[in-house]
Ligand binder design. Structure first.
Ligand code: ATP
Ligand code: MG
Length: 568
């Protein structure tokens, strides 16, 4: 994956191929394909989940099927309503709609329990009264077979009685568990009498205090799939080992139409941590401002940063679906993002670190309103007028008093182009304590619009704003949250958090943007010419106090403008 070229054909999706084959071979009317996205509501969704969402919903879309959204809410203590809501918002934002109502594994608690009793009656499950440590020890390991629990031989009656009393709340946490009775000597550790229920006197966000026994993931998942008529239960590779158990339960319960579990490799991204638990630590320990901090790989963070759902979907398509773990280069995501933003964003002028310029031969009070197209390739986006006046702001780094050889921007005596405006020559420098505080310049009125009639060339085209008309703004620049490619690669005694990039946020509070942006809405995206793509912050930006997030920089801010300069 690492070497994937951004423009290469999308790698295959083996699950798609498989489904297509099945449909071709199906006798009679094939079952409608049904997939599901099954998040645990214990955090915000991240880019890895986007991959799973695109895969599950995408399959359903391509094959005339349906995709469910099901919360795997079997763990009462880590789950919160906030997450249930954010996850739905994120799936919708990505552009997908689940079939029917939102579902919850907790909707099936009663059915799961009835099924558990059925297993007990069949002699396929028993109540174990060892503590968890003893159970773990008895399970053995890869080299050693397990040993039977002393409670494995309990009668059906005793098991049923104990299970019912577990449910009724007669026992404290940890007193008993319900286990499947499979085979303690199985080479497959997951088949060594796995746990189905444990006692937990905890309030659940949906079922309240109705239950004090909660199903284990393995017991809940496949049965929930079956109850929903899922045909393909797609999950990440760490569940491959659980597949025999998944199938054992469905067979033991004699479920007529069984879902098929298929595994794929989870998405790993360079310079990024994708794990809800770790992301939660970043939030709780204050390394970021929240789950939606624009540096976070959460969908909420990415959205706030200005990332588009289209770019994410393209990225997921291009990454493809692999059977083996690998690491995807984050630059592939950045490429998809630039491509999408380039196509859609209006171009505007903004100056991040202003340096004042006085145009000596333009009288005070005079305003030239210049026409500037909003997009070079999209005339349908129209244009706006930008005011050119005696006092301007240029980017401070676009001027050097004593420029080195390769610096082609403004310097004393040098002429440059101002985007959409004219040719401008620096004729003087004002300083205080050795610091440049303003530039004196002259413009060539014959070059209005950008070019001189004599066709003389300049080597740079700069962005600028009118000092009198520009609107103040705060701009937040983001860098990668981690300094190293693989943040989880940690030396002895270190922490993955040691790899956090302490300079990942830079706040610029004295920026100036052209007046066209004065009333822009939170969430609106723009290309600030030569600077990158920016998005008005959805939390903090309001007309009158604008705040922009830099979504991403331009790949090559120079090449394009030099080439395009003459259009200017
Ligand atoms: P995390 O480790 O971040 O908590 P998870 O797998 O525990 O992830 P779930 O809420 O259980 O998170 O996941 C919902 C679905 O998303 C699952 O089907 C899971 O396989 C999938 N998923 C989670 N992380 C990734 C990833 N990095 N790449 C692809 N799919 C993922
Ligand atoms: Mg999980």
């Amino acid at each position: 994956m690492r070497d994937a070229k951004p423009d290469a054909e999308a790698p295959g999706n083996f699950i798609d191929d498989l489904v297509r084959e099945e449909l071709a071979q199906a006798q009679g009317t094939p079952r409608t394909l049904r997939t599901r996205f099954p998040p645990e509501p214990n955090g915000y969704l991240h880019l890895g989940h986007a991959k799973s969402i695109c895969l599950n919903f995408g399959l359903a879309q391509r094959h005339g099927g349906a995709c469910n959204l099901r919360f795997d809410d079997t763990n009462p203590t880590t789950e919160e309503v906030e997450y249930v809501e954010s996850i739905q918002a994120d799936v919708r934002w990505l552009g997908f709609q689940w079939d029917g109502a939102v579902r919850f594994a907790s909707d099936y608690f009663e059915q799961l329990y009835q099924w558990a009793e059925a297993l007990v009656r069949e002699g396929l499950a028993y109540v174990d009264s060892q503590d968890l440590e003893a159970i773990r020890a008895g399970r053995g390991d890869f080299h050693r077979p397990g040993t039977d629990s002393p409670f494995r031989g309990r009668s059906v009656e005793e098991n049923l009685d104990l299970l019912r009393r577990m449910r009724a709340g007669e026992f404290p946490d940890g007193a008993h568990v319900l286990r499947a009775k499979i085979d303690m000597r199985s080479p497959d550790l997951n088949l060594r009498d796995p746990l189905l229920y444990r006692i937990r006197h905890a309030r659940h966000h949906r079922t309240g205090d109705a239950w004090c026994i909660y199903p284990m993931y393995d017991w809940a998942h496949g049965q929930s799939d079956a109850l929903e008529g899922i045909t393909h239960s797609i999950c990440t590779l760490e569940f491959q080992n659980h597949r025999p158990l998944y199938e054992w339960f469905l067979a033991a319960l004699k479920v007529p139409e069984r879902p098929r579990q298929i595994e794929f490799a989870r998405l790993n991204l360079s310079y990024t941590v994708l794990s809800k638990r770790r992301l939660q630590q970043l939030v709780e320990e204050g390394h970021v401002s929240g789950w939606d901090d624009p540096r976070m790989p959460t969908l909420a963070g990415q959205r706030r940063r200005g990332v588009t759902p289209e770019a994410l979907r393209n990225f997921c398509d291009r990454v493809g679906v692999a059977r083996r773990d690998g690491v995807v280069d984050v630059s592939l995501l950045e490429h998809a993002l630039r491509e999408d933003l380039n196509a859609r964003c209006p171009r505007v002028l903004a100056v991040l670190r202003p340096l004042k310029v006085v145009v000596e031969n333009l009288p005070e009070g005079e305003v030239l309103w210049l026409d500037a197209p909003l997009h070079p390739d999209k005339p349908e986006l129209g244009s706006r007028k930008v005011p050119f006046t005696r006092e301007l702001y240029l980017e401070r780094e676009d001027f050097l008093e004593d420029p080195p050889k390769k610096f082609f921007r403004l310097a004393p005596g040098r002429e440059v182009r101002l985007r959409y405006a004219c040719l401008l020559t620096c004729v003087g420098v004002e300083k205080t304590d050795g610091q440049v505080t303003a530039l004196r310049c002259t413009w060539d009125p014959a070059s209005r619009g950008g070019n001189a009639p004599d066709g003389r060339k300049v080597k740079a085209t700069l962005h600028w704003v009118s000092a009198a008309h520009a609107v103040p703004a705060e701009v937040r620049l983001y860098d990668r949250l981690f300094k190293v490619e693989n943040p989880m690669d940690v030396p002895e005694g270190g922490s993955w958090k040691d790899h956090l990039n302490r300079d990942s946020l830079e706040v610029l509070r004295h920026c100036r943007v052209e007046p066209y942006l004065a009333s822009c809405a939170p969430g609106e995206r723009f290309q600030f010419e030569r600077l990158g793509y920016f998005c008005a912050d959805t939390r903090d930006s309001v007309p009158g106090a604008l705040v922009f997030n830099r979504t991403i920089g331009l790949q090559d801010p120079w090449a394009k403008l030099v080439a395009r300069g003459s259009e200017g």
